[in-house]
Ligand binder design. Structure first.
Ligand code: UDP
Ligand code: MG
Length: 323
């Protein structure tokens, strides 16, 4: 059996209207975890550049629970992935649980997660969506396409995987060793390969407000995930090139033969069609190369993934890189 200090990490973007109540629910669950497993806990609340009253709420909570609540405020919105990273960088626990702040991740599940960890032998507890909520058809299609590509192309089976996870200290440290700026938390934890267990997750209704993710964010996250796990799209460009070269050759032979026999291919329509096809293929190919180039560009600049404007009761643990 293992016992340790628990860090609960919650990224928050504009959750001011309900977080005070949501935190009470989460706190009561954490307080109720068996002392034989959890020896003390802290909660790292990361305000990801909210524009509502989230920071005031965190301020009050930090004043009310100075022992447990640590709060960080980003200078602007850097995204959930950056907020999770900040939480992990400031965590002092022997294990950490990352969860959403809108109560969509049922807090009661923490008891089972910690139980699995405490039994020993398991360093990551994943929660896997047992069913999908009321999402639009287009969204489902997007998710399906993404999962298909991630499984086939990148070899990572992420179907239904969520960000609600428990990580042992060695997994946290390993994650912080990764040098990627545009990290995809779920994918990387899976990729690191520590021994894990899965629990079914039944997503709840949001406590209040609505989702902070829009199509643009999701597409960007999907692209980051794919491009950071696989170069398959680049090979696809090469394969496409060869396919077109083959087709060109056949068409060339045919056209020349037809000319020799005195009957040329229909002129104008064929020309326009060929122009359009070749043009689009080149554009798509350039776009794919561009995606990888943009990843290289952001990574090379090496900008920090976030900036802290303020922090309360929190200090960054130094990692390898900082020394
Ligand atoms: N979030 C964040 N930064 C963002 C967007 C979201 O920290 O730019 C937080 C948000 O406050 C919530 C969690 O990430 O705690 C999940 O976001 P949301 O509920 O909007 O997403 P969904 O549940 O629809 O996937
Ligand atoms: Mg949510």
């Amino acid at each position: 059996m293992r016992q340790g200090k628990l860090t609960v990490i919650i990224p928050l973007y504009c959750e001011g209207e309900h977080f005070r109540e949501s935190f009470t629910v989460i706190r009561e669950v954490v307080d109720g975890l068996p002392a034989s497993q959890v020896a003390g806990w802290e909660c790292i609340l990361v305000d990801d550049g909210s524009t509502d009253g989230t920071w005031e709420v965190l301020n009050n909570l930090a004043a009310q629970y100075p022992e447990q609540v640590r709060a960080l405020r980003f200078s602007r919105n850097f995204g959930k992935e950056a907020a999770i990273r900040a939480g992990l960088e400031h965590a002092t626990g022997d294990l950490a649980i990352v969860m959403d702040g809108d109560l969509q991740h049922p807090p009661e599940l923490m008891a089972d997660m910690v139980n699995l960890w405490a039994a020993g032998g398991i360093d990551v507890v994943n929660t896997v969506k047992a069913e999908r909520g009321n999402e639009s058809l287009l969204y489902r299609l997007g998710v399906y396409g993404f999962n298909f590509l991630m499984t086939r192309a990148a070899g990572r089976h992420l179907v239904g995987d969520s960000d609600y996870k428990l990580l042992d200290r060695k997994v946290i440290d390993a994650f912080l060793e990764l040098r990627e700026r545009r990290a995809f938390f779920r994918g990387l934890v899976n990729w690191m390969g520590f021994r894990g267990a899965n629990l079914p997750l039944h997503i709840r209704e949001r406590a209040a407000g609505k989702t902070k993710f829009n199509v643009k964010n999701l597409v960007r996250l999907g692209l980051t995930a794919l491009t950071s796990f696989s170069t398959i799209a680049l090979h696809f460009v090469t394969i496409l090139g060869f396919l077109f070269a083959g087709a060109s050759f056949l068409l060339g032979v045919y056209t020349f033969g037809a000319w020799l026999l005195g009957g040329a291919v229909e002129g104008f329509t064929t020309m326009i069609l060929l122009q359009l096809i070749v043009g689009s293929v080149i554009m798509v190919a350039l776009g794919i190369i561009g995606e990888y180039l943009s990843i290289i560009y952001t990574e090379v600049k090496g900008r920090p993934p976030y900036f802290l404007a303020e922090s309360i009761h929190a200090e960054k643990r130094t990692t390898h890189h900082d020394e």
